[in-house]
Design a protein around this ligand. Structure first.
Ligand SMILES: Nc1ncnc2c1ncn2[C@@H]1O[C@H](COP(=O)(O)OP(=O)(O)OP(=O)(O)O)[C@@H](O)[C@H]1O
Ligand SMILES: [Mg+2]
Length: 278
């Protein structure tokens, strides 16, 4: 599905190696979190996947297409890229127009465009705002519109850059639901995020970037328990995970990713400290 082989990228005006020989394979239906401190190469990695950037050396293959040989537009049906800031993505006069643009642009029939727009409006619960200008709606809703406008193109790979930044509880829940549903449909979702609970709850696999390099590739549970990697990348596990890591060690104990897991772990532990959850 996605393969990077020794991919290296330096910005034309840049002095640092933004991506320094990254190799990784990502399959269909995987939900992959990408973590790392500012400037570690996360966005560069995702822009190489949608063809916005072309590698200086090495290769990037997406859905069988070597991105060096295809334009961003040609790759659009394969890779959907949702910008971190919806203000950089939205440009139409109404939400309805915004949603229709992508499917129309990839050459679908008017009937298909209507169907795609209506499906997205339902899924993201945008019915009440379809005729509004995107700048007249709240930031969280604008972000959902940004995601919905990519959803309408049904790309095989979905890239979300910081999807939950600036989101409220309701829209974050919609985004979590979306990510899981896309994966069930066989889509691959790549989610760049500083939101550790999001990584813990929705991803199956997490990549850790540091200084343009991929320094860890494992389940979120393994990564969060890997103190040297977390420290090197300046990452902090979710609070629940931190709490569970302070519990007395037991050979069969996994670090918890959710409150439910922590409770189960405490309940099964006759030597648990009384009042730990209180
Ligand atoms: N347009 C650009 N021109 C020159 N250098 C750039 C450009 N964009 C990014 N860089 C540099 O490339 C490196 C990787 O940046 P990148 O944006 O991929 O990091 P990031 O992990 O996405 O960071 P953040 O968490 O801040 O979004 C950094 O050293 C950055 O300064
Ligand atoms: Mg970035």
């Amino acid at each position: 599905m996605i393969s990077l082989y020794q991919t290296r990228y330096i910005y034309p005006n840049g002095s640092v190696v933004a991506l320094d020989g990254m190799s990784v394979e990502i399959g269909r239906g995987e939900i992959v979190g990408v973590m790392g401190q500012n400037g570690s190469g996360k966005t560069t990695f995702t822009k190489l996947l949608n063809g916005l950037l072309k590698p200086n050396s090495g290769r990037v293959i997406v859905n069988g297409h070597d991105t060096s040989h295809y334009s961003v537009q040609a790759l659009a049906p394969h890779v959907g890229y949702v910008f971190q800031n919806p203000n950089h993505q939205l440009f139409a006069n109404t939400v309805a127009e915004e949603l229709a643009f992508g499917p129309r642009n990839i050459g679908l029939t008017p009937q298909e465009v209507v169907e795609r727009v209506s499906e997205a409006a339902d899924f993201f619960e945008l019915g009440a705002i379809m005729q509004l200008h995107p700048y007249r709606i709240s930031f969280p809703m604008r972000k959902l519109v940004g995601i919905a406008s990519i959803f309408t193109m049904r790309p095989q790979v979905f890239i979300l850059d910081e999807p939950t930044t600036g989101q409220d509880h309701k829209t974050s829940t919609v985004i979590n639901r979306l990510i899981l549903r896309l994966s069930e449909r066989g889509n691959t979702v790549i989610c760049v995020s500083h939101d550790m609970p999001l990584i813990a709850h929705v991803t199956n696999r997490a990549l850790v970037m540091w200084d343009g390099k991929l320094i860890a590739d494992a389940s979120p549970r393994e990564i969060f328990s890997d103190k040297p990697t977390m420290q090197r990348a300046h990452l902090t596990p979710p609070q629940i995970t931190q709490l569970s890591m302070r519990m007395p060690a037991r050979s069969d104990r996994l670090v918890a990713l959710s409150i439910a897991e922590l409770v189960a772990s405490v309940q099964s532990d006759s030597s648990a400290t009384p009042g730990l959850l209180g």
